[in-house]
Design a protein. Structure first.
Length: 435
């Protein structure tokens, strides 16, 4: 007997999982590019107008997620790398739109960042917005411009909030590393993001190169002969150092400077012998065996006397730097062989304070440098010889040592200033290209 109404079985609705938005993970590409691409070649991806900003890149660990800047997040949990004077190339200028419903205005734009650093989602940058105010912009999208390891990046961003002193102070408290952007390094194939102290050292070194190169050309230029004359001698000319200076100095450093003439010293076979300056052009120590380390001063009468093509015999000068044959040298029958030189280099000690900054170029037993340099005796080299020795072996050299030599340079004898300035500028350029 059935009492009451039977209970109706309740239908169970199937559980449908809510759609899950997959988390974007960095993808390790399986494509391997074995060819190194210099940063300067990536400049083709840079277009648009320039916008200088202070960019704050989040520093993230392997498991960290990029989060927007918040004033309630403690500094240890949200840290930034600040890039001063970062240059963005604006591809889509700031545009304004209004959200439906809220009525809030949205200001957005797109730019390309130069290669050398990788922007992250939710990075912040500070920029002037044209009405006398600064604003914080939040990076909302990052896309890579190439598949190369060194790449430019396109970033999209929106106005996050206007900046006041409190917000800027809060952001600065989270900065743990500061870099300076210098676009000129890209043209040399170098990373344009430098530490402030490195950038300052480089700036001082660049100034030294320009200042002293211009000084050298002015002081040693003789208007009568329209070329460089050797100090401490009468009407003497060294065509080897003149050619080196003219071949290595950048034209932009020499604006409004009267350049010396290259005197014609052809017709004398000894003038084609390679010297120290050729070694510096090659930047290879293994060429030392063909370098002629000794010179003599000869009369211009030893050169062809046909008055054509500016022959030095008719220049009014008296003496010319002339290369000696590579025979006996100091107490050695010849240069050491390459294997012996390599062995000496491997045992070379670091320079110490006991090393003199230089030997006098007027009394050394070889051309410009001493025999210690040509015979690979690093323990007996001067500081400038040792630095040059290291440079020719493609080793890192201390920028502080180069700066110190420039500081001492004004107190050197005139003949030493004449012969060592081209070497100092070469060392400086080497440091700037290598750092």
């Amino acid at each position: 007997m059935i009492i009451g109404n039977p209970t109706k079985k309740k239908e169970i609705e199937p559980i449908v999982p809510s759609p899950v938005t997959p988390k974007e993970e960095p993808v390790d590409s399986a494509v391997i590019n074995s060819q190194y691409t210099e940063m300067s070649s990536l400049l083709v991806y840079m277009e648009g107008s320039s916008w200088t900003v202070d960019y704050h890149r989040q520093l993230l660990g392997a498991e960290d997620e990029a989060a927007p800047f918040t004033d309630w997040s403690d500094a240890p949990y949200q840290q930034y790398e600040k890039i001063q004077q970062a240059e963005l190339k604006v591809t889509s200028p700031l545009t304004q739109s209004q959200e439906e419903g809220t009525g809030n205005f949205i200001v957005e734009g797109t730019s390309t960042m130069y290669p050398g650093t990788k922007p992250n989602l939710n990075d912040i940058f500070i920029a002037h917005v044209g009405d006398g105010r600064q604003a914080l912009f939040l990076v909302t999208q990052v896309s890579r411009k190439t598949i190369l390891k060194a790449s430019a990046y396109e970033i999209s961003y929106r106005l996050y909030q206007y900046a006041d002193s409190d917000k800027l102070d809060e952001l600065n408290e989270k900065v743990v590393k500061t870099l300076i952007f210098d676009k000129s390094y890209l043209g040399r194939g170098q990373n344009p993001y430098l530490r402030p102290e490195t950038h300052q050292q480089h700036t001082e070194l660049e100034a030294d190169i320009t200042q002293w190169s211009r000084w050298w050309l002015r002081v040693f230029y003789d208007k009568q002969y329209r070329t460089i004359v050797v100090p401490d001698k009468i009407k003497a000319h060294d065509p080897f150092i003149v050619n080196y200076m003219l071949n290595t100095l950048e034209a932009e450093r020499l604006l409004d400077i009267k350049l010396p003439q290259r005197k014609n010293v052809e017709g004398n076979g000894h003038m084609s012998y390679p010297t120290l300056w050729d070694l510096l052009v090659a930047m290879r120590w293994d060429h030392i065996d063909i370098i002629h380390p000794q010179i003599r001063w000869v009369s211009v009468g030893e050169f062809p006397t046909i008055p054509v093509m500016g022959g030095i015999a008719y220049s009014g000068l008296k003496e010319v730097c002339h290369i000696r044959d590579l025979t006996t040298y100091c107490e050695e029958e010849s240069h050491r062989s390459a294997p012996e030189l390599v062995e000496l280099v491997s045992d070379a000690p670091n320079p110490d304070t006991a090393k003199p900054s230089h030997y006098s170029a007027g009394i050394v037993d070889a051309y410009v440098f001493s025999a210690n340099f040509y015979l690979a005796r690093p323990e007996s080299m001067s500081q400038i010889e040792w630095l040059t020795f290291e440079m020719l072996h493609n080793k890192a050299i201390d920028i502080e040592m180069v700066n110190e030599l420039f500081n001492q340079f004004p107190d050197w004898e005139t003949i030493d200033q004449f012969y060592y300035l081209p070497i100092l500028t070469t060392l400086a350029r080497y440091v700037l290209r290598r750092d």
